[in-house]
Write a protein that binds this ligand. Structure first.
Ligand code: NDP
Ligand code: A1CAB
Length: 269
């Protein structure tokens, strides 16, 4: 059921920023565009061959595998539409932040529910893929991993409550990194660099540093040590950064995690 094809298409319910990143990742990996059906009133300029319906009632046959990628706040209003277009024994993958398996199960009785927390790098096949399914179903897990393989790296999470932490770190994380890149660029500007030059240097620095961190056996801490000459420029900078960065990131992830917890309680949104 997890082998998507023209005859067993994956239904996207919602295809905005996140859904589209996944669709692009799959298609870039060579999956037939006809293996996807998109239900979304807004989705535009979809890749040729993807079947698109503005409304669930137009989608026709019931999907055996579906990906729910609407906003969590919208889910209570769309769950009836969704129930109507997924088969009774379908696999339903939800990327919605906060929305619990229990909520999904009560809206979609009988379906196999998998929660996934990806990020926008799915379009490049470089997304972390935080996964949770409640039954420890080895066959389902293997099928899901195979299906998602073109999008990034799967990591199964054993306790659902930790999906909110995964969301904060891996789902929201790219936005935090982009802020860091911007902060580097703005700080370079404030030291007199031309804005375009500073932005280019900031992106290239982060790009190279990340590639090195991934390629190297050394930890990020050790790599930072190798950059730092005793009594040199990096040591002077780290003295400032280390005075507040960890606290700031702790508070950032906690705020994002707590919002995920809020989103799991629809009535209190
Ligand atoms: N953006 C990200 O980086 C990440 C997002 N997520 C999760 O992905 C989900 C989607 O987020 P994101 O892509 O950013 O949001 P978007 O608003 O970009 O996408 C949601 C899409 O769903 C559409 N939609 C709304 N109602 C319906 C309906 N009844 N039937 C079909 N489609 C509908 C929206 O259309 P319209 O605009 O008309 O409402 C929109 O195109 C969220 O639950 C979020 O938590 C998870 C990880 C990362
Ligand atoms: O901001 C959000 O709520 C979603 C979930 C993770 C990234 N974007």
């Amino acid at each position: 059921m997890t082998e998507i094809s023209r005859d067993n298409p994956l239904l996207f319910f919602g295809c905005g920023n996140m859904g589209r990143a996944m669709l692009d990742g799959w298609i870039a990996a060579g999956i037939d565009p006809a293996a996807f059906i998109v239900v979304d009133p807004m989705a535009q300029a979809l890749p040729e061959g993807v079947r698109h319906f503005a409304d669930a009632s137009m989608a026709g046959s019931k999907a055996r595998i579906a990906l729910v990628a609407v906003k969590p706040q919208v889910f209570p209003q769309i769950s009836n539409e969704l129930t109507d277009i997924v088969a009774g024994d379908a696999i339903v993958i939800s990327v919605m932040a906060g929305v619990r398996v229990e909520t999904l199960r009560s809206a979609l009785p009988g379906r196999k529910i998998v929660r996934l927390m990806p990020n926008l790098a799915a379009s490049l096949g470089k997304s972390p893929l935080g996964l949770f399914e409640p039954d420890g179903d080895a066959q389902l897990r293997a099928g899901i991993e195979k299906c998602l393989a073109p999008l990034g790296t799967p990591v199964w999470i054993n306790e659902e409550v930790l999906m909110d932490a995964v969301t904060a770190l891996a789902g929201s994380g790219p936005a935090f990194v982009y802020r860091f890149i911007d902060a580097l660029a703005k700080a370079g500007e404030s030291l007199g660099l031309n804005p375009a030059v500073s932005a280019t240097l900031a992106k290239a620095t982060v790009d190279g540093a990340v590639d090195l961190a991934i390629a190297s056996d050394a930890s990020p801490e050790e790599l930072a040590r190798r950059v730092t000459s005793p009594g040199g420029t990096t040591a002077a900078g780290l003295e400032v950064l280390d005075g507040g960065l960890q606290q700031l990131i702790d508070a950032t992830l906690k705020a994002a995690r707590d919002r995920g917890v809020d989103l799991s309680k629809p009535i209190e949104q």
